[in-house]
Design a protein around this ligand. Sequence first.
Ligand code: GTP
Ligand code: MG
Length: 583
Amino acid sequence: MAACGVGLLIRLSLRVQRSQVQRPLRRLLSCPGTVAADLRREEQSSGNAETGSEDRTPKKRFSVVQNERREQAQRTVLIHCPNNINEKKFLKFLSQHGPVNTHFFYESFGLYAVVEFCQKESVTSLQNITRTPSLGPEAAIPFKSRYFNLKLRTSVNQTSELSSIQCSNQSSPSSKKLYQLLCCAESVDDQLNTLLREFQLTEENTRLRYLTCSLIEDVAAAYFPDCAVRPFGSSVNSFGKLGCDLDMFLDLDEIGKFTAQKTSGNFLMEFQVKNVPSERVATQKILSVIGECLDQFGPGCVGVQRILNARCPLVRFSHQASGFQCDLTANNRIALKSSELLYMYGALDSRVRALVFSVRCWARAHSLTSSIPGAWITNFSLTMMVIFFLQRRSPPILPTLDYLKTLADAEDKCIIEGHNCTFVRDLNRIKPSGNTETLELLLKEFFEYFGNFAFNKNSINIRQGREQNKPESSPLHIQNPFETSLNISKNVSQSQLQKFVDLARESAWILHQEGKDRPSPSSNQPWGLAALLLPSVTNNVPLSKKKKKPASERIKNLLDSIKSSGAENSTATNGRRAISTQA
Ligand code: GTP
Ligand code: MG
C-alpha cells in the first residue's frame, strides 16, 4: 500500500480519554454508522436518564453491532511499544501498509497501541515485513499473529516527545475519586448517572475486548478456519463494568451453514468426520484442543486452565496484553441470546443501566457478589432482579419477555436446542414507557421491594413479569428466561439471601431517612448513593443479634461514625471505610 501523509491518513484518533475525546469527535464526524455517531448516541442515552426514554435516536440491533465490531477488530492489530516511542513517526511507519482509521495507546505492564487499519490487507502487509524474534538460547514458536512487538533499531533519546502520548484509561476510578464524584453530585439521580459514566466500558475498552476475541479466533482458526469467537456476557450486554471478565464463545455454526449453501442438484456432499457420543463430549474435545493450542502457541495467553467437567465446559486464561481474564466456551448459543436480550433491555430506557450499575456496585461493596464462584448472588441474577422490578412498576418501565415475543416477526424466530428464544430484535419497534419515575425513587423502591419480597414462596420471572410459585425449594429462584425449567440462582444459600434482604432493607431505610433530612453537599458527609456504598456497620454481626437492635439505632451509629471520621477518613483505603466497588 502506498505511503501517504499521516495527517490525511489518521482519520480518527482515540488516544485520549473518553471524556476528552468525545467533543472533538462530534465535530469531526456526523455520518450515521461511524464510531463517532455511535459514541454520540451512547452519550445521549446515558445523559437523559431523569425521566422516561425520550431518546428517539434509532438504535442498532445487537447483531449489527456485533458484526460491525467483529469486522473492525479483524482490521486491527495490537502492538507492544517501547516507552519512548514517537507517535507521529510510529503512525507514519504503519501507514506504509495502508491508511490507519483509528488508534489509541494504553498501559498494562508496558505501553500498547491498538491500531485499526482501513483495510484488512494492511494487516497482512504488516505481517509480511515482521520477523520472528531470535531469543538467544531459547527458541520461539513461529506463530504469525496480529499481536506484535515493536523495537527501535537505534535507541534515540525521545524524552521530549514522550509527553505527547496519552494513554486511554482501562480501569474504573479509585474509591477515593468515586467518593468525591458522588459527594459532589447534585442529586441522587446525578449520582447514579455519574457512577454509570465512570464504570461503564469505554469505547477503547470495548474495542480491546473485540480485538482480544479476534486474536483468539486466529488461534482457533488453525483448526476451524470458518469459526468465530464472539464476546458475550457483560462485555456486550451493556452492563459491563471496567475490569469485568471477557466471556467468549467459540461459534462453529458458520462452518455448517457455508457447506449447506454450496450444495446443489441431486448430490449431497458431506465431510467425513469423527463421531463422539454427545454434543457435550464434542464441546469438551474441541475446547481441550483449543485450550492446549492457546497454552502452547497463543501469544500473551497465560495461566490456561481447562475446566471441561463444569456444567458449561470452558477454558479460562489471562490475556496478558489486554489484562482481561477470559472464559472461552463453545456451544453456548443461549448465553449469547441472553446477552442480546439484556442489551435490548439496557437500550430500551436510559434508567435501566444506571440502576443496574448502582445495584451491582452496591452488592459488590457489601460482598454480596464475588469474583470467586460460590453461594453468592451473581451479577447476572442481580440484573434479572432489576429488570423484573422495572417490569413491576406502574406503568411498567420494561416490557415482559412474553410481550417482546408477541412483537417478533418470522425473521426473529429462534429455537436453540429445543428452547424458544424468540423475541423482537428491532429496538425501534418497542414503544417507550410512559413512566417518569426518578432514579432516586426507583433505587429506594428496589430495595424496599426486594427487602420485603416473599422469596420463600415466589419465583422471579422476567418472561411473565410477575411472581410465580417457586417450582423448587432453593432459597432464591430466578427463572432462566430461555431454559425455563432452570433456576439461574440455584447456587445462592439461605444466609446469602438473608444478607441481601437485610442490606436491602437497611439501604431503603437510609434513602428514606435522607429524603427527609439530606446532609448539605458542603458538609462533606457521604450521602445518597455514597452512603449506600459504605460497608454496613452490622456487616460482621450475626443476624440474630442484628435483629434485636432497632434499625434506627443502627443507622444512627452509622451516621455518627461517618460524622466523626470525617470525609478524609472515609476515602482511606484501609478496608474499613473505603467504598469498595471493584469486581
Ligand atoms: P460479570 O459479573 O460482569 O462478568 O457479568 P456477566 O453477565 O458477564 O456474568 P458471567 O460472566 O458470570 O456470565 C456470562 C454470561 O453467561 C451471562 O451474561 C449470562 O448470559 C450467562 N450466564 C451466567 N450465569 C448463568 C446461569 O446461571 N444460567 C444461565 N443460563 N446463563 C448464565
Ligand atoms: Mg462476565
